[in-house]
Design a protein around this ligand. Structure first.
Ligand SMILES: Cc1cc2nc3c(=O)[nH]c(=O)nc-3n(C[C@H](O)[C@H](O)[C@H](O)COP(=O)(O)OP(=O)(O)OC[C@H]3O[C@@H](n4cnc5c(N)ncnc54)[C@H](O)[C@@H]3O)c2cc1C
Length: 510
């Protein structure tokens, strides 16, 4: 550690130093340094970790990113991108079929192989060289190994083929280690081969019959994707599908799944699962019936990946590991420390890429501000400042990319009331000139939740084909706290689906 002694943090340089320059090697000249020193160490090179490292480098600090697997993480290779690439061709074909004139041209099935090939290209065939190039070009150091905390501001990286590097962080360590699936307590699951979302987003063949176990966003999206690719899909959910979304929106998605031939079994409990002689699976339900399939996809939630990070050894598990979460403030700073940050899925606040990247930008800004002395070491950041992910509390946009889609931001009426807000709800079938042009027999629904005391929108839900692109206007209205009287002057173009805003405001009474 002598190398560190007396070293002044460099908070003024341009930060574009890269790995070799960012750290220092020990005297023996191996290709891997045994010891490095930098301003910020980020554990996890997913989308969130990349953003945290990029932000501090842009602010003039040095950063090293530690990643044992593919740079880009879950979103690029096994989650957002491949799942949306699997869904998009089916949505495009259904859109063509929903309009007289193009319907006649849109006959036939999806070309499953072409869809899988296009998905493969979106994941760069699970090769991260372009992302590694981006990291280097951004001036971020890269260490390909698995990191763990071995002291305050100290990370030890273990390599697959033995050997370690110790990295000392002058400023901060950021945990961006993502999340891991939480398998359900289903008897027999350990004894059968099954898909998780990784296998379901990277499969190279369409299974003739697929059981999807879990009715959350991933389960529902993947059920539709594989059904449209030709699989006979049964979706089994313990409660309703998508049960955190308003009922009218859920019902539209359910109708979409059923029209794609998905056998939707809601409020259905399973007893156990077993393998069959031909390599398939049987899911035995509590009502005594048995579902058979070639593949089982288990998609029942995720939890922060915080195991084996050395937290216990540092006494940090005592802070608050309730429900597997490490408690942190809005800058991501872990309670009780002035150097450890947690962001993205690892923080467990909102498990969405865009919100994790937002948390990463806030954490990066806070680290830089604290390095410059503009923010006190452990002080909570000011709400709505660059250093705070305030929108996490009131305006998280989320899209279910099924066909029809659900796009929701902010709070439902129930959530708002539970938080003590005096709200009204205004709901409408989505039926405007733009929607009828978009698709013959367009079916959709929208809801606006208004804080009656402040006269601002606090929640918005759209359900229907093509509504995801409507969402950002609602996100702006909520984060900007635009008064209803002023929102009235935001005139939607004619004829677009956005005209639903006007109809909602009129129904509300403006
Ligand atoms: C099927 C599916 C579809 C999804 N679709 C969407 C979507 O459409 N839109 C959306 O916003 N979100 C979506 N999500 C959620 C999204 O994928 C996650 O929120 C996002 O990937 C989280 O990014 P992250 O960087 O926090 O974690 P990850 O992407 O998981 O990255 C964490 C990285 O940390 C590395 N790591 C782990 N341990 C260590 C260690 N000890 N040292 C160093 N590195 C370590 C891992 O190898 C990994 O690369 C989807 C999720 C799933 C499962």
């Amino acid at each position: 550690m002598t190398e560190q002694d007396g070293t002044e943090p460099d908070s003024t340089g341009n930060g574009s130093t890269g790995h070799r320059e960012a750290g220092r090697r020990d005297a023996d000249d191996t290709s891997r340094p045994r010891r490095l020193e930098t301003d910020v160490v980020v554990l996890g090179g997913g989308a969130v970790g990349e953003n945290a490292a990029d932000r501090v480098v842009q602010d003039g600090l040095e950063a090293v990113l530690v990643e044992p697997a593919l740079i880009g993480g879950e979103c690029s290779y096994w989650a957002c991108m491949p799942s949306k690439a699997l869904l998009r061709p089916g949505t495009a074909l259904a859109a063509a079929r929903s309009v007289a004139g193009s319907r006649e041209a849109g006959t036939g099935m999806l070309d499953a192989q072409a869809v899988l090939d296009r998905r493969n290209s979106f994941t760069s065939h699970w090769n991260d060289s372009s992302q590694a190039e981006w990291v280097e070009g951004a001036g971020i150091g890269l260490v390909r190994g698995r990191g763990r905390l071995t002291g305050p501001r100290e990370v030890t990286v273990d390599y697959d083929d033995a050997g370690t590097t110790t990295i000392v962080a002058r400023r901060a360590v950021v945990l961006a280690t993502g999340s891991v699936p939480t398998p359900p307590p289903l008897k027999g699951l350990d004894g059968v081969e099954y898909w998780g979302t990784r296998e379901a987003t990277s499969a190279q063949e369409v299974p003739p019959r697929l059981i999807v176990f879990g009715g959350g966003v991933s389960g529902t999206e993947l059920a539709q994707a594989w059904a449209r690719l030709g699989s006979r899909v049964t979706l089994v959910a313990r409660h309703d599908i998508l049960d955190s979304y308003p009922e009218q929106a859920r019902e539209l998605v359910k109708a979409g799944l059923v029209s794609d031939g998905v056998d939707v079994r809601t409020f259905t409990a399973a007893d156990f699962v077993r393998g069959t002689a031909d390599g398939g699976v049987e899911l035995c339900l509590q009502d005594g019936s048995v579902l058979s399939a070639d593949r089982l996809l288990v998609s029942t939630g995720r939890a922060p990946a915080l195991a084996h990070l050395g937290l216990e050894e540092l006494g940090l598990e005592e802070l608050d590991m309730d429900s597997g979460r490490l408690e942190s403030d809005d800058s991501g700073l872990v309670r009780g420390t002035d150097w450890l940050y947690v962001v993205g899925d690892a923080a467990g606040k909102v498990l969405l890429t865009h919100q994790g990247k937002y948390e990463a930008r806030a954490a990066g800004a806070a680290i830089s501000a604290r390095a410059r002395g503009e923010l006190a070491p452990a002080a909570a950041p000011r709400a709505w400042s660059r250093e705070a992910s305030t929108a996490n509390h009131v305006a998280v946009p989320q899209v279910v990319f099924t066909d029809p889609e659900i796009a929701m931001v902010g709070r439902t009426a129930e959530q708002a009331r539970a938080g003590g807000v005096n709200v009204s709800e205004t709901s409408l079938e989505l039926s405007v000139a733009g929607s009828s042009l978009y698709a013959d027999d367009y079916r959709g629904w929208a809801q606006m939740v208004v804080d009656e005391d402040r006269r601002v929108v606090v929640g918005m839900t759209f359900a229907g084909p093509g509504v995801s692109e409507l969402l950002h206007a609602a996100t702006i209205a909520i984060t900007g706290e635009v008064p209803l009287e002023r929102l009235w002057h935001a005139v939607p173009s004619y004829p677009t689906i956005s005209e639903i805003w006007l109809r909602l405001l009129e129904k509300y009474g403006l």
